[in-house]
Write a protein that binds this ligand. Structure first.
Ligand code: NGS
Length: 334
């Protein structure tokens, strides 16, 4: 028979278990509902002094320079240590019109240094819908920024004509269309609302796929979770091809970036990041989107579709292509 003292001990243990379980549930819920308040302040990153060793230049640029009268540009130009100011949020159509001429930007938003051959040939792909003012702010800030980094680049804005937004498929379209224009060796997949705060955050590719926006003001410059691969990422063309690009089936908000992360890991790569002080971003204000109901289901079955759902099965209809002064605009029906 159990003594009274014995049953008290059992009861106390049960209460303790319940308290601990409730605490765990509360912590997990807080992390899920408020990732900005419960985020990682430390995660592995490339040391500042190692950044030059980790950048991967374009072999094509190195071949071109042999037949050119121009020298190669530095892998990282001097004088990029300065921080930048907050973007000008009152950009007008007039400013936009004059910027292209002032900065010698080619039609379609392309540029390369005139005095040397850039080692970075970069396509910047922006998925877009209904955010015209943010696009103006982004373009007027980014062109001078990219020019200071001495890149050979073009900005592509891929706009979805109708239906639920499919960020990942728009990225795939941008990739396919960019390669028709130039054999870019590096791709940057970038949201329009993210503005980099440090010039030392090179818009070039590293040996491993890089999560660029790891230190965003809305997350108090912390990382919500270590697998996060959304916002802005840089990946070599050959690596993007190897992972079969993004999945095409993520309609609505959420999950497509997590699926892309799984693709990269599945192919034996590891993602890298620049130091938090370099990878600093300001997010332009916008209302939060409603998460898609299918995202977890699509994520779960993702692994079975890596080889059969991606750039190799991509189908879309181009409705319009316009070479605007500051960007190449592609309107697409998915
Ligand atoms: C995760 C989403 C990701 C998203 C990340 C950060 O929960 O797609 O939050 O979003 N994954 C799923 O929903 C499965 S953020 O707070 O930046 O809007 O990128």
């Amino acid at each position: 028979m159990q003594t009274r003292a014995g049953s008290n001990v059992v009861q106390t243990k049960d209460v303790m278990k319940k308290v601990i379980l409730s605490l765990v549930i509360i912590i997990v819920l807080c992390c899920v509902l408020h990732p900005d308040r419960f985020a990682l302040s430390y995660y592995p990153y490339i040391k500042y002094s190692d950044i030059p060793n980790e950048l991967e230049p374009s072999p094509r640029a190195i071949a071109v320079v042999k037949e050119s009268a121009k020298p190669l540009c530095l892998l990282i130009p001097n004088g990029l240590e300065t921080s930048l100011h907050h973007p000008n949020e009152s950009v007008t159509e007039y400013d936009i019109k004059h910027l292209a001429r002032r900065l010698n930007i080619e039609e379609g938003g392309a540029w390369q240094p005139s005095e040397c051959v850039s080692q970075h040939q970069v396509a910047i792909i922006i998925p877009f819908r209904n955010r015209t003012v943010q696009l103006w702010i982004f373009l007027s800030y980014m062109h001078p920024f990219l020019q200071k980094q001495m890149l050979n680049y073009r900005i592509f804005v891929i706009e979805q004509m109708k239906g639920a937004f499919n960020r990942a498929k728009l990225f795939n379209v941008g990739y396919a269309e960019a390669l028709k224009i130039f054999p870019y060796h590096c791709f940057i997949f970038h949201d329009v609302d993210l503005i980099p705060q440090k010039l030392s955050n090179m818009y070039a590719c590293t040996r491993q796929p890089r999560h660029m926006s790891s230190s965003v003001n809305t997350f108090r410059y912390n990382l919500p979770y270590k697998e996060l691969f959304g916002g802005a990422v840089a990946i070599l063309q050959k690596q993007f091809e190897l992972v079969n690009g993004f999945s095409n089936i993520f309609y609505g908000w959420g999950g497509e970036d997590d699926d892309f992360h799984s693709r990269v890991i599945n192919r034996g790569m590891t993602l890298c990041r620049f130091p938090p002080d370099v990878a600093r971003y300001t997010m332009l204000a916008h209302s939060k989107e409603l998460p898609s109901e299918n995202r977890f289901m699509n994520l779960k079955s993702g692994r079975d579709r890596f080889a059969t759902d991606g750039v190799n099965t991509l189908q879309y209809t181009i409705m319009k292509v316009v070479y605007y002064p500051l960007y190449t605009w592609i309107l697409v029906d998915l």
